[in-house]
Design a protein around this ligand. Structure first.
Ligand code: FES
Length: 82
């Protein structure tokens, strides 16, 4: 199994992410890193696919940039063990 690219060794905290559907980059190759870790199609040709997540109420989120979280797309602190 291929390993994702570590886009950053810390999460990005997004203040008041607006309601909507987002696609978190699982491969680590999106050019939108590290500020907006969203899929931009760069995973084409890899075994990775983005993770869709829904924000139903504007809120602050910490999104994983190391791509090793056990709870995608959210940071679970795994980056501290890399
Ligand atoms: Fe990484 Fe799409 S660019 S999952």
């Amino acid at each position: 199994m291929a390993e994702p690219v570590i886009a950053d060794n810390k999460p990005v905290v997004i203040e008041q992410l607006e309601v909507g559907t987002y696609y978190w980059c699982a491969c680590g190759q999106s050019k939108t890193h590290p500020d907006k870790p969203y899929c931009d199609g760069s995973h084409a040709g890899t075994e990775f696919t983005p993770v869709a997540f829904e924000i139903t109420e504007s809120q602050t989120v910490a999104l994983c940039n190391c791509k090793k979280t056990g709870n995608p797309p959210y940071c679970d602190g795994t980056h501290a063990k890399l």
